[in-house]
Design a protein around this ligand. Structure first.
Ligand code: NI
Length: 397
């Protein structure tokens, strides 16, 4: 899906850095450097390397880089049978899907950039070559890599690097610093073409993206609204650009496609994205957290002599009744220990996020509190027994 907005000149110069043959040992350090610079890149991964580094694959995806295929074993595809070519492509796609827990499309870079019309027809994905080869594998020198990128960069260039060499990481990061200062933005390959308004097709070869150097602009983070509903909170997302919307929960790496408002729990954190391509073409995250819900009031274990007291939850207040009725917003506000009495103490916590569950205690004048044993009133007379049985919520003396 491509936006229909007419191309406008925003003055942004775009570069797609690509890293082949990894993930490798230096890849996490490269990811650190890209994150620190707000730069995104495309990783053409070898299946055999990705299978050994699933954490790095997930991290690169999570940080907004594009995950792409460099086949499984790095064979020269033009010299292989159809069966081998298909296996090399499909095995890698299936592995990446398994690692990421999603069903995604992956750009492909044929090893050595070697293709022909027949191989292109078998790939089932756009074939991405390059327009600037840093020869970083040959000259293992950070200054060389940096110089190659900086001296040959232009708006729309696709740069070939390898994230299996430490010197490449140093050189590429140094080049990013210099080129960002000159107004370049580092984007993924898919984002480069999308921002040029160019639709990529399966089985076609792409090596540069100059065109008219127009830029329809990046993807803006979505608007997120959290509102209170029965049973929790409702999260509603909107995109000013009418982009498809995605979300993931804080403890997840899998992205869910958003189609209608979702219900989230109090205290739950959600990251929300707009994305024309969730793999490498996402907006920054809009982060939202539902207000924490109130929990049931907790009795102070150090209840004073002949009095009942509560430990207050941060940001919450406690309201209570002494006549057995359910507390509500108009009940007595707990501000100091409650003098012991014979009867029922019913208490509830209230937060901006809503009311917690009410708790009911049988209270005794001696200062004992018995939890939820209203039916067994005889126990009131034998608080010592109740305490021994462990059904006492708090001790008053
Ligand atoms: Ni390669």
């Amino acid at each position: 899906m491509l936006p229909t907005a007419s191309a406008t000149q925003t003055g942004k110069k775009l570069i797609a850095l690509t890293f082949d043959d990894g993930p490798g040992g230096p890849t996490p350090r490269l990811l650190d450097g890209l994150a620190a610079r707000g730069a995104r890149a495309t990783f053409f991964m070898l299946g055999q390397c990705a299978s050994n580094a699933p954490k790095t694959v997930r991290r690169a995806f999570l940080e907004g880089h594009e995950i792409a295929s460099h086949t499984y074993s790095h064979y020269q595809l033009t010299a292989k049978s159809d069966e081998t070519v298909l296996n090399e492509v499909q095995k890698t796609d299936a592995l990446l899907d398994e690692i990421l827990g999603m069903d995604l499309d992956y750009l492909i870079r044929p090893p050595y950039g070697s293709t022909n019309a027949h191989v292109l027809g078998l790939l089932g994905a756009p074939a991405i070559i390059w327009s600037l080869d840093t020869l970083d594998w040959k000259y293992r020198d950070a200054d060389w890599v940096c110089g190659q990128i900086v001296q040959n960069a232009y708006n729309g260039v696709i740069v070939l690097c390898h994230d299996i060499h430490s010197t490449t990481v140093d050189g590429a990061l140094a080049a990013i610093d210099i080129l960002q200062a000159r107004g370049y933005e580092f984007v993924t390959v898919s984002e480069l073409y999308r921002r040029r308004g160019v639709q990529m097709n399966d089985g076609e070869r792409y090596s540069t993206c100059m065109r008219d150097e127009s830029d329809i602009g990046g993807v803006e983070a979505p608007e997120a609204e959290v509102s209170r509903v029965l049973g929790g909170y409702q999260l509603t997302l909107t995109s000013a650009q009418d982009a498809p919307l995605w979300y993931r929960f804080e403890d997840e790496t899998v992205f869910h496609e958003y189609s209608a408002p979702i219900v989230i729990e109090g205290g739950q954190k959600v990251y929300c994205y707009a994305a024309f391509n969730v793999n490498g073409g996402r907006s920054e995250a809009t982060q939202c957290t539902a207000p924490a819900a109130a929990v049931a009031p907790v009795l102070s274990p150090a209840a004073g002599q002949g009095a009942f007291s509560f430990v207050l939850q941060a940001g919450a207040c406690v309201r209570y009744t002494t006549d057995g009725s359910e507390p509500d917003a108009s009940s007595v506000l707990y501000t100091q220990p409650i003098a012991a009495f014979d009867g029922v103490l019913c208490a509830q916590s209230l937060c901006p996020g809503g009311a917690g569950q009410a708790v009911r205690y049988t209270a005794c004048i001696e200062g004992w509190l018995l939890l939820d044993i209203l039916e067994q009133r005889s126990l009131e007379k034998t608080c010592g027994v109740a305490a021994a049985l462990g059904i006492c919520a708090a001790l008053g003396r």
